[in-house]
Design a protein around this ligand. Structure first.
Ligand code: SAM
Length: 274
């Protein structure tokens, strides 16, 4: 794809699916929340895409973010925190569609604290932070990745700095297990958590378990990579066993999105085959 075409995709193409997820996320929670959805939907459209989209398409994403993402999707070598240029593997990324979905959710939720597990080259982080700056709320976005320097040359962190989105950004170079456990001890509470770290069944399940401990009521957990049997199995476990969460269907097939309705009230021996 040529760079202008990639920019077009980044800016325009997938807005619809992101919007419709926002619609479902806020309309389905409870019928009384419709007015909230309308408000959030309006503000989402305004902040993420500009009030008059046809006349001001350039207001949809900050120019430096869009430029940076375009070079990343184009697989141009990127600078690491070591100051050197490194090739990208071309596989470790989210789709533009998913990026818009995350940006849309961020703009709609306006979290005080959001967390993502798995920074890598920083594709998802850039979409999220761009939305955080556009909505101009007082928020912290925390990314966790134990291998940012050793595997990814610090490219994700550097990308955030390069586009001046680091004011609302924190990075923890640890496993999600230790980072989330520490946050739980510190009493941190997040409004949404995006899980895209280790993708084995047991690790992603631990990510869910630990995330639940620090997620606010009404908060969202979003799993990436629903194409993987390990993540599908976790979705199946949550659907059959964890009644305190409500699934939010999305048009993005690769995503499993759930909302925390209440604290877990299962009996100590509860188990449903899944
Ligand atoms: C698929 S990549 C994330 C891609 C990123 N979300 C993006 O859009 O560019 C998965 C990331 O999870 C990280 N990871 C692996 N095990 C982890 C763990 N235990 N805790 C946190 N992150 C982990 C990897 O280093 C890798 O950067």
């Amino acid at each position: 794809m040529s760079p202008p075409l990639i920019k077009y995709f980044i800016q325009n193409y997938f807005r619809k699916s992101a919007k419709s997820l926002i619609g479902r996320a806020f309309a389905r929670t409870n019928p009384a929340s419709d007015h909230r959805f309308l408000r959030i939907g309006k503000s989402f459209a305004h902040h993420a895409f500009g009030e008059n989209r046809s006349q001001r398409p350039e207001s949809k994403m900050l120019e430096p973010t869009m430029q940076k993402l375009a070079t990343m999707y184009e697989k141009h070598p990127q600078r690491g925190s070591d100051g050197l240029l490194h090739e990208l593997d071309g596989l470790t990324r989210i789709s533009i569609e998913q990026g818009h979905l995350l940006a849309g959710l961020h703009a709609a939720i306006k979290p005080k604290i959001s967390i993502e597990i798995g920074l890598a080259y920083g594709f998802s982080t850039l979409f999220i932070l761009d939305a955080a700056y556009q909505t101009n709320t007082n928020c912290r976005h925390i990314a966790i990745d134990p291998y940012q320097d050793s595997m990814w040359h610090g490219i994700g962190r550097q990308a955030v700095k390069d586009v001046n989105l680091d004011g609302k950004f924190e990075f923890i170079q640890e496993t999600s297990l230790t980072a989330l456990t520490d946050m739980s001890k510190q009493g941190v509470k997040a409004d949404y958590i995006y899980i895209d770290g280790a993708h084995t069944f047991d690790y992603a399940l631990v990510d869910f378990f630990c995330s639940d401990r620090i997620l606010n009521l009404d908060g969202l957990i979003i799993f990436d990579d629903m194409w993987m049997p390990s993540i599908q199995k976790i979705a199946s476990f949550i659907r059959t066993n964890i009644g305190s969460y409500q699934e939010i269907p999305t048009d993005v097939k690769n995503i499993f999105c759930i909302r925390k309705k209440k604290e877990d009230e299962r009996a100590w021996n509860h188990f449903a085959a899944f």
